[in-house]
Design a protein around this ligand. Structure first.
Ligand code: TXA
Ligand code: MG
Length: 309
């Protein structure tokens, strides 16, 4: 089999696995990504599980072109100019989610915005086009470890947790994409990267705004976390009639997981928090969630949501 046939075989296989809700690591021009179908709550929960992150952070959604991105988020004219000039490339835009966006709420950690990027790597582009789904992908390293620039790094860190690693050789940049959000005509630089401030300043004023994802929300901060408006009671063993019950291990209209499964609870977390917040019941109460595996990230979010009151 020729090298080219071999690669197109691999891409075909990777695309099929992604469509089936599996985790696939793939090369981009910055670092290797840990990819999953961004429209599949369970697949996105599996990303957080594999990375072993103690909290949920919003992920970058990878797309083959700007036209596809336009179906998920609303572009303002300045963001569109930036996209046209810098895509495909190591550049990520944070934009408002469309109300009917099919992307999992877990992928954007419950936020109203979505980070979107069109990578320049040829294999990544082919994979995204073949899969036909938006692909959520953080860097393919375990939490707290450095970002992987080769397939071997990915295998060392996450090998047993992945359905497949698409090997595209070493990543070129080795530095994650620049992340920006346009607000009131200003370009807020949320994460510096290989698209530099100088390059961005040709398009408009650039403001450094690197929010600490762990910090509590504050006005002017773009990465505030999602919290419902209603009061939340945690570790509830029983529920009152005026409480929307986010159950774990018991059924109910706002169940996180009937069966007491942590991956399912993570997949349902933001959707059920929103549903509970929108319900006629004035309060929210949540079952105890075991503090292991994904439970740590779920408890982190719940604690913040409750502390915000
Ligand atoms: O180069 C890259 O960007 C790599 C490759 C795989 O594409 N991906 C990557 O993803 O670095 P990750 O998950 O490690 O970093 C995502 C960054 C974080 O800094 C996160 O806070 C920011 O994007 N981000 C994602 N969604 C956001 C949102 N809705 N609002 C603000 N920041 C967001
Ligand atoms: Mg990372």
């Amino acid at each position: 089999m020729s090298q080219r046939d071999h690669m197109s075989d691999q891409i075909e296989k990777a695309a099929a696995l992604l469509r089936a809700g599996k985790l696939v690591a793939f090369p981009t021009e910055t670092v290797y990504g840990l990819g999953a179908d961004a429209t599949d709550d369970h697949a996105v929960a599996a990303i957080f599980e594999a990375k072993g992150r103690p909290s949920f952070n919003p992920l970058i959604i990878h797309l083959p072109d700007r036209e596809t991105a336009e179906s998920l988020v609303d572009f303002d004219p300045l963001s569109r100019s930036l996209a046209d000039a810098l895509w495909p490339g190591p550049f990520t835009l944070v934009l408002p989610r469309k109300a009917d966006s099919p992307v999992s709420l877990l992928a954007s950690a419950g936020l109203e915005t979505l980070a979107v990027r069109v990578p320049a790597h040829d294999l990544a582009h082919q994979l995204l086009a073949k899969t036909g789904k938006p692909i959520a992908a953080p860097s393919a390293n375990p939490s707290g470890k450095i970002s992987p620039t080769t397939a071997a790094h990915v295998r060392d860190g996450l090998g047993d947790k992945l359905a497949m690693i698409l090997d595209g050789g070493p990543a070129v940049h080795g530095l994650e994409s620049t992340v920006v959000a346009v607000r009131n005509g200003d370009i807020h630089l949320l994460r510096p990267g290989s698209i530099t401030r100088d390059m961005l300043e040709k398009f408009g004023p650039v403001i450094s705004d690197q929010p600490d994802p762990e910090a509590p929300s504050s006005p002017g901060q773009l990465l505030s976390h999602y919290a419902p408006d209603k009061p939340i009671r945690l570790n509830a063993d029983q529920f009152n009639d005026d409480e929307a019950a986010l159950t774990f291990g018991a059924p109910g209209p706002f169940a996180l997981s009937d069966a007491g499964d942590l991956t399912e609870a993570a997949a349902n977390l933001f959707r059920q928090l929103r549903a509970a917040d929108a319900s006629p019941l004035p309060r929210i109460a949540v079952s105890p969630i075991p503090h292991q595996g994904l439970g740590e990230a779920i408890n982190d979010r719940l604690k913040r949501a409750a502390a915000d009151k």
